[in-house]
Design a protein around this ligand. Structure first.
Ligand SMILES: Nc1ncnc2c1ncn2[C@@H]1O[C@H](COP(=O)(O)OP(=O)(O)OP(=O)(O)O)[C@@H](O)[C@H]1O
Length: 302
């Protein structure tokens, strides 16, 4: 038991994330406690609460890890609460898409996650900061404006709970002919581009395991900015098929730029998504946070 006296873990559970709700956090807590780790399990009450709970765990002191039990939205909320501390963020991926967990090849089962917490192995990533009229907040995987943000804003939470990722298919089909595809003004490192949609991505993956950008920027102080040049339902369907086939970054009218500052000042009032959750409206600016976060990863074999 003395071996793990230095580990004290707070497990934050978003009970509304994904569909495989119950049991995961309890199992993780049981494994850790058996290994002599002090564990506290807390549940979120509403949107944003995970940030408060993570901040409280940091302020209490002595906490080595905070576990985000949920999807990418929960991970981002916990990351916001850990900002400025050296507490390691661990992810128990029970959300719908869990893109960050796939991107960083994080453990999906409780036993492997417990081993990584006990071993204390972590990687350093540089999150983005999204500035909107509501203020600044961290994102760990991506932020977007255009078609995908409209889909995120219009997806039915009820359907998402009932059928998981299939809810997005319904929302996409509705949005294809419902969205108006305005031309965005996207300023990448101060240079103006036009696009129908823009995704500012820390990672290479999108909506699960689909390839959005040629490389992950998680460990770099940079984003991949993916600009979609064509507008309308047929172009969007083509982008969707290319995403499924893994050929999206190679489409002639898709541009991927490397940048550390991006602004979308116009048009204003368009929906914005941050880590797969609705996050206000344009105008926006995104840059890299001035501090990294540490994320628990599996110990190397051997
Ligand atoms: N107790 C709660 N009640 C309602 N909403 C909550 C609660 N706790 C957190 N949330 C919100 O739930 C939303 C969805 O969470 P999350 O993104 O983790 O799951 P997901 O959407 O199923 O997974 P993914 O993002 O990987 O697709 C987040 O916006 C978060 O703010």
């Amino acid at each position: 038991m003395a071996m793990n006296a230095s580990r004290s873990v707070t497990i934050i559970v978003n009970p509304t994330a994904g569909r495989r709700r119950s049991g995961h956090a309890t199992r993780l807590a049981r494994i850790l406690r058996r290994a002599g780790v002090a564990v506290q399990v807390v549940h979120t009450r509403d949107r944003g609460h995970a940030t408060e709970l993570a901040r409280a765990a940091v302020e209490q002191g002595g906490c080595s890890h905070v576990v985000a039990t949920g999807g990418d939205g929960t991970v981002a909320e916990v990351a916001r609460g850990l900002e400025g501390s050296d507490v390691v963020l661990a992810v128990l991926p029970v959300g719908t898409a869990n893109v960050l967990a796939r991107e960083l090849d994080l453990p999906f089962d409780e036993g492997a996650l417990a081993r990584s917490i006990i071993a204390g192995t972590s990687t350093t990533v540089w999150p983005g900061v999204l500035h909107t009229a509501q203020g600044a907040s961290l994102f760990v995987q991506m932020a977007g404006v255009g078609f995908d943000a409209y889909v995120v804003h219009t997806v039915s939470p009820r359907l998402k709970k009932a059928v998981g990722r299939a809810a997005y298919v319904v929302s996409v089909l509705r949005a294809l002919w419902g969205y108006r595809y305005p031309v965005l003004r996207v300023e990448v490192e101060g240079v103006v581009h036009e696009a129908s949609s823009a995704i500012i991505s820390k990672g290479a993956l999108y909506a699960g395991r689909h390839v959005l950008a040629p490389a992950s920027m998680q460990e770099e102080k940079a984003f991949s900015v993916v600009l979609f040049g064509s507008a309308g339902p047929w172009a969007t369907l083509r982008y969707g098929l290319a995403l499924l086939r893994g050929t999206l970054p190679r489409q002639k009218d898709v541009t991927v730029l490397r940048a550390s500052t991006v602004a979308i000042p116009a048009p204003t009032g368009l929906p914005v998504q941050s880590d797969g959750d609705a996050h206000g409206y344009t105008a926006i600016r995104a840059d890299i946070n001035d501090q990294p976060i540490r994320i628990a990863i599996c110990p190397r074999a051997g």
